[in-house]
Ligand binder design. Structure first.
Ligand SMILES: Nc1ccn([C@@H]2O[C@H](COP(=O)(O)OP(=O)(O)OP(=O)(O)O)[C@@H](O)[C@H]2O)c(=O)n1
Ligand SMILES: C[C@](O)(CO)[C@H](O)COP(=O)(O)O
Length: 225
C-alpha cells in the first residue's frame, strides 16, 4: 500500500513579517496559521503521517500540536534555510514513505481536494505542484529598470504542497546538496524532470508580510474558509 507523508515546513523566523512570534504560530481567528494545514492533513485520506519542522524556542506549542493532531508522527528543529529544513524532513522519512508532500506552514488555505489531486497526479508525473498563472503583466527587471516583458501565459506562480515520489526528491537533494533552492521542484528540474503544475486558487497564498495576514483574516471572516 502506497504511503504518503507530509513534511510541514514551519521552522522559519518570519523576518519579512516582523515580530517575536513566527507567523505560522500566530492566530488566524480561532486557531494558529499552522493548524489550518494540520487540520487538512488530519482529515485527508491521502496523507498517512506528518513530520513537522519547527524553530527553536516554541517547544510548548509544538508539543501541544503533536498531542492535538494524531497524524503528526515526529517533529524536529528545522535548518537555517528552508532547503536545510526540507533536508532534515527527508532524512527523517527515509525508507518510511513512497510519496512526500512538502508544504509551507505559512500557506493555511490548502484543501482536501488539492491534496487528493496532487497525490493522484504524482503517480504519473513523479513531481507535481499547485500554481497560478500570472494575472498581471510580468517584466524582467535589473537594478529597478525593465529589461524585457515576459510572456504572461508562460509565467506560473508556484505554491505548495510540492509532491514527489520520495526517492526522486531525496536523490535530487543529495545530487545538489550544496544548493539552497527556494523551492523543492528545482531539485528535480535539474535532473531533467518536468514537474506537472496543477492550476490552483490564489487563495493558497503564502503569508509572508503583515498585509498577507490581513487578507487571510478577511478570507476567514467572510466564511470563504
Ligand atoms: N529555515 C526555514 C525557513 C522557512 N521555513 C518555512 O518555509 C515556509 C516558507 O518560508 P518563508 O515564507 O520565507 O518563511 P520565513 O523564512 O519564516 O520568512 P522570512 O523569509 O520573511 O524570514 C514557511 O512556512 C517557513 O516557516 C522553514 O521551515 N525553515
Ligand atoms: C516554496 C515556495 O513557497 C514556492 O513558491 C517559496 O519558494 C518559498 O519561498 P520563501 O522565501 O522560503 O518564502
Amino acid at each position: 500500500m502506497v504511503k504518503t507523508c507530509a513534511i510541514l515546513c514551519a521552522a522559519g523566523k518570519g523576518t519579512r513579517f516582523g515580530g517575536d512570534t513566527p507567523k505560522q504560530f500566530l492566530f488566524l481567528k480561532d486557531k494558529m496559521v499552522i493548524e489550518y494545514s494540520l487540520e487538512v492533513f488530519e482529515k485527508s485520506h491521502f496523507i498517512d503521517g506528518v513530520v513537522m519542522l519547527v524553530p527553536q524556542g516554541f517547544e510548548d506549542i509544538v508539543k501541544s500540536l503533536k498531542e492535538k493532531y494524531s497524524k503528526v508522527i515526529y517533529w524536529d528543529y528545522g535548518g537555517k534555510e528552508r532547503a536545510d529544513t526540507v533536508k532534515k524532513g527527508l532524512e527523517i522519512l527515509k525508507n518510511k514513505c513512497d510519496i512526500v508532500a512538502i508544504h509551507d506552514a505559512a500557506r493555511p488555505f490548502i484543501t482536501l481536494q488539492l491534496i487528493e489531486k496532487l497525490v493522484k497526479e504524482v503517480e504519473v508525473h513523479l513531481a507535481v505542484a499547485p500554481g497560478i498563472l500570472a494575472k498581471d503583466t510580468v517584466k524582467f527587471v535589473v537594478d529597478g529598470h525593465i529589461q524585457k516583458t515576459l510572456p504572461r501565459f508562460n509565467i506560473c506562480l508556484i505554491q505548495t504542497p510540492q509532491v514527489f515520489k520520495f526517492d526522486l526528491i531525496y536523490k535530487g537533494y543529495k545530487m545538489f546538496k550544496d544548493e539552497l533552492f527556494t523551492d523543492d521542484l528545482q531539485y528535480v528540474e535539474l535532473m531533467g524532470i518536468k514537474p506537472k503544475i496543477i492550476e490552483n486558487s490564489s487563495v493558497n497564498f503564502k503569508i509572508t508580510t503583515k498585509e498577507d495576514l490581513l487578507i487571510a483574516e478577511a478570507i476567514v471572516e467572510k466564511g470563504y474558509w
